[in-house]
Design a protein around this ligand. Sequence first.
Ligand code: NAP
Length: 262
Amino acid sequence: MSAPQLLAGKNILVTGVTMDSSIGFAIARCAQEYGARVLISNFGQALRITRRIAKRLPEEPPVLELDVTDPEHLAGLPDVLREHLGDDARLDGVVHSIAYGNPETLLGGKFLDGPWEDVARAIEVSAYSLKALTVACRPLLGDGSSVVGLTFDASVAWPVYDWMGVAKAGLESTSRYLARDLGADGIRVNLVSAGPLRTLAAKAIPGFEDLETMWKTRAPLGWDNADTQPTARAVCALLSDLFPATTGEIVHVDGGFHAMGA
Ligand code: NAP
């Protein structure tokens, strides 16, 4: 059965694609299957890998270089997007699938010792960048455009997640303030809160298996930590016109874990 063309005619930028295990990769694939024209981005040395991995998508998309902490990259983004999409093009969707926290100093039980420089970097890359990326794309965004990011439920404290949990709390708050300030232009901003998925970033977290074990025993629908598709589909639904009156929202794609007390 062919996929519903929920995103037909839409231009969508998906950031944070490194490997084919990246959630961003699954989102890019899903968006293409749903009919979107997709551009993907990554930064630094991993760009090489991204360019190779891009060939594994149903259609090879343009790969943009975008470090979300680099003011020049951000300032140049509208022109780079127009080069690929055309001078009058608009951007219908932006996916923020980016996070970074030094695993050696900030994660895996290091909360009380995490140094500010590393915390600051984690918050800049993982939370502030949602604002930076959205504002950079704003000249191409318009009524009906949708911004979607990825969080790991920051309403509670978790084992091992430590300062990344704080950064995610910042991300969740940032998305609400963006929703407030961009709502008048018809731009929606939402997050998907995914359960633990075995990506590169996740495997770098010391003790990540503790979270996986919790999900296995508690998620009422069960949870496959290798399956990024349910998360990708939820992101695509939020990118589509199916949620025209939803903004500042966090949709949980976690097998129902968040709703259980124990
Ligand atoms: P991933 O494949 O490692 O993706 C994270 C991406 O962020 C990578 O492509 C990474 O690039 C990129 N990145 C880091 N610093 C950047 C910068 N300064 N500028 C631009 N890109 C930068 O891991 P993932 O699990 O798919 O993560 C995607 C999102 O999902 C993150 O927000 C993550 O927190 C969230 N999430 C993940 C899980 C999970 O269990 N995996 C659960 C809930 C939410 P490099 O690889 O080159 O460093």
